[in-house]
Design a protein around this ligand. Structure first.
Ligand SMILES: Cc1cc2nc3c(=O)[nH]c(=O)nc-3n(C[C@H](O)[C@H](O)[C@H](O)COP(=O)(O)O)c2cc1C
Length: 190
């Protein structure tokens, strides 16, 4: 049974990011996956100091919630990253979170992440596809570096208000189908 971890990078509960990630997880659950959700705004996640202790195989010395979150990431087969576009970038919550993936960069820790699959979903207000491009490229480059496979992308322009994506049945269907099809093909490629 594949395990999915949905990571919600908007602080807005029941907002567009929350709805999209939840719908992907619903599809995965219907196909038999075990699903968990991480609402980043509920957690105390501090900035990476660049102390490099984790690169030497040590645990991260930051006394925050990442100590409990790393095992959740390691246990997942598929990571579902959701962030709104904030100023042509990922949200601050998501950027802080990904900065802490330095932990997965040491030789001893790399295999804990490498080989997993990822999904990205990115809602934003404007309608120009170029608006989301820097965020997509951010994830693509991080995943390339960390040897994570980008299995699916769901980029949703033209949504502004909280939960507005709920009016787009086609988008919600696509989200559901992404989850369902990936749950039939779990992420580890080793
Ligand atoms: C701080 C902030 C910055 C934003 N920057 C952009 C932007 O650069 N381009 C854009 O299209 N929308 C931008 N938006 C709009 C959000 O991306 C949009 O409302 C999105 O649907 C919010 O998702 P949520 O409901 O999950 O929070 C911004 C919103 C906020 C609060």
């Amino acid at each position: 049974m594949p395990r999915f971890l949905g990571i919600i990078g908007s602080p807005r509960r029941h907002g567009n990011t929350h709805m999209l990630v939840s719908r992907i997880l619903e599809g995965a659950a219907e196909a038999g996956a075990q699903v968990d959700t991480l609402f980043l705004a509920d957690h105390h996640i501090r900035e990476c100091d660049g102390c490099h202790l984790c690169w030497q195989g040590e645990h991260c010395p930051k006394a925050d919630d990442m100590a409990g979150i790393y095992p959740q990431i390691i246990a997942a087969d598929v990571l579902v990253f959701g962030t709104p576009v904030y100023w042509y970038a990922p949200s601050g919550l998501m950027k802080l979170f990904i900065d802490r993936f330095v932990f997965f960069n040491s030789p001893g820790h790399r295999t804990w992440l490498a080989g997993k699959s990822a999904v990205i979903t990115i809602p934003y207000e404007e309608t120009d596809p170029e608006t989301a491009r820097p965020v997509v490229e951010f994830f693509e480059k991080c995943f390339d570096y960390l040897q994570v496979r980008l299995a699916a992308s769901l980029i949703v322009p033209g949504v502004t208000e909280r939960g507005e994506v709920g009016e787009k049945a086609d988008v919600l269907d696509e989200a559901f189908n992404i989850g369902r099809s990936l749950a039939g093909q779990p992420g580890k490629q080793k």
